[in-house]
Design a binder for this molecule. Structure first.
Ligand code: GLN
Length: 487
């Protein structure tokens, strides 16, 4: 592995700007690294070398002409395989989309290409982003770079593993109920979910549209802040994207945090948290005390219902969003069908995996006549109460903290037979999607087996600058982020 591969995205970007390395050379070194570890880690569904080299060459031409480079130009990135990159497959790790080629670019992809960020490959995920371990992928098992017998977390497991295995310093994931923060925590990197609507979802395959949000993975807070600057902003193609100015997040990392009020989310510190995770969390609390923050225990009485609410709303929206995969317009179509109805049913029976089918059935049930009021409507009302819990909490404190997950990465197969225990891994993350607020997982230590632990930080809507600022303080005072996995 070349030394440059160990550098952060910011450092790689500077090396290109200062002519210490050409973008094409950096890309060569990146693919060399991918070659070295990919057969063990299996982060990618496919590599996208043509577009990556085409982009890197443009960067070098600009440097040669003495032109200014856009932010992160030349810095390699892994794209979750549920976002469109024109001319390449977008599979969502599902058999039903195995041969689907993106007809257009997602807005995030277009923004990356505009900034000349080379996209090195499409990263594996749980099928349609449904899962917490990436084991639901129809294609491959991505391994945790810290221990190949363990899952990378999910659903953006390929993106997190790629960053942790130094296959790319940057990646994009999508977070509907923790799918960026959880794998970030399991793989020891930064995983950040922006405010709902901060980043356009145009060209992202929809799972649960009122919860989905795209966000960055990286090894440092600064890199995540820079990447969010590139991808955030209003988009006329996504009516839920927010028309609010994009701040220079990476310039606010060292803001003074004098008078900071940090809230501990009481309901998330109950039984079931592993001793090592608890210790790491106590250490984080001590850290914020030591920099003069005021620490308050905060009760959010309704977040104990988060998982139940989420699995009604998310499955209901998924059942509707996934109706479009019927063999008519996209992807897989079953063979030898006698009539249209058989074509629909066989296509869906053969094309979708078990977890996706489970969600479609649950969601269809929750929306069906007679049950709508009892389940879906009630869940929406409860969601409002959760949002109000956060509004009240943020009157008393500036940020909220909790462990990202009660446990560290688990062994393959250990939760697949029991969906409920899998669903519980998201106990701390889902509430942020329900409330629409931004959240981030920052490396906060290791358990006794050497597996990474994450600290989750949450802030009010559109206060990403504060979120990065508070995470950066913690990161810089601890050297966890400097340790790298050796798959
Ligand atoms: N693990 C959660 C689920 O299975 C969250 C997934 C996600 O955020 N995409 O639905």
């Amino acid at each position: 592995m070349k030394e440059i591969i160990k550098k952060s995205a910011a450092e790689q970007f500077n090396a290109i700007k200062n002519k210490e390395i050409k973008a094409v050379e950096l890309l060569d070194a990146t693919y060399e690294r991918i070659e070295e570890v990919e057969n063990k880690v299996e982060s990618f569904n496919c590599l996208t070398k043509d577009i990556a080299y085409e982009t890197a060459k443009k960067v070098d031409e600009k440097v040669e002409k003495g032109e200014e480079l856009p932010l992160l130009a030349g810095v390699p990135l892994a794209l979750k395989d549920n976002m469109n990159l024109v001319g390449y497959p977008t599979t969502a790790s599902s058999k039903i989309l195995e041969n689907f080629i993106s007809p257009y670019n997602a807005t995030v992809t277009q923004k990356l290409l505009n900034n000349l960020v080379p996209i090195v490959g499409k990263a594996n995920l749980d099928e349609f982003a449904m899962g917490s371990s990436t084991e639901n992928s129809a294609f491959k098992k991505t391994k945790n770079p810290w221990n190949l017998n363990k899952v990378p977390g999910g659903s953006s497991g390929g993106s997190a593993a790629a960053v942790a295995a130094l296959e790319a310093p940057l990646a994009l994931g999508s977070d509907t109920g923790g799918s960026i923060r959880l794998p970030g925590s399991f793989c020891g990197c930064i995983g950040m979910k922006p405010t709902y609507g901060r980043v356009s979802r145009y060209g992202l395959i929809a799972f649960a549209s009122s919860l989905d949000q795209i966000g960055p993975f990286s090894r440092t807070v600064e890199d995540a802040a820079m990447l969010l600057e590139v991808i955030a902003g209003h988009d006329m193609h996504d009516s839920t994207s927010l028309d609010a100015p994009v701040e220079q997040y990476s310039k606010n990392l060292n803001n003074d945090t004098k008078g900071l009020r940090v809230g501990i989310m009481k309901e998330l510190l109950v039984d079931g948290i592993s001793d090592d995770v608890r210790k790491s969390f106590e250490h984080a609390v001590e850290f914020y005390k030591s920099i003069g923050a005021e620490i308050k225990e905060i009760s959010l009485p309704h977040i104990k219902y988060s998982i139940g609410i989420y699995y009604i709303i998310a499955t209901a929206e998924a059942s509707s969003n996934l109706a479009r995969f019927d063999g008519v317009r996209y992807g897989y179509r079953a063979k030898d069908c006698k009539n249209l109805l058989e074509m629909y049913t066989k296509t869906r029976a053969e094309g979708f995996g078990d977890e996706v089918k489970r969600r479609i059935m649950l969601g269809t049930y929750a929306l069906s006549s007679g049950y709508y009021d009892a389940y879906y409507k009630k869940a929406q009302k409860m969601r409002t109460l959760i949002k109000q819990d956060f509004d009240k909490a943020f009157e008393q404190v500036d940020v909220l903290i909790s462990p990202t997950c009660p446990n560290t990465a688990f062994d393959f197969g250990s939760k697949t037979e029991d969906p409920l225990s899998m669903y519980l891994t998201d106990i701390a993350t889902i509430c942020a999607n329900l409330a629409g607020i931004p959240g981030l997982s920052v490396p906060a230590g290791f358990d006794k087996d050497g597996m990474p632990i994450g600290l989750q930080i949450l802030t009010p809507v559109l206060s990403e600058s504060l979120l990065f600022n508070v995470a950066h303080k913690f990161e810089q005072a601890n050297d966890y982020y400097k340790q790298i996995a050796n798959p």
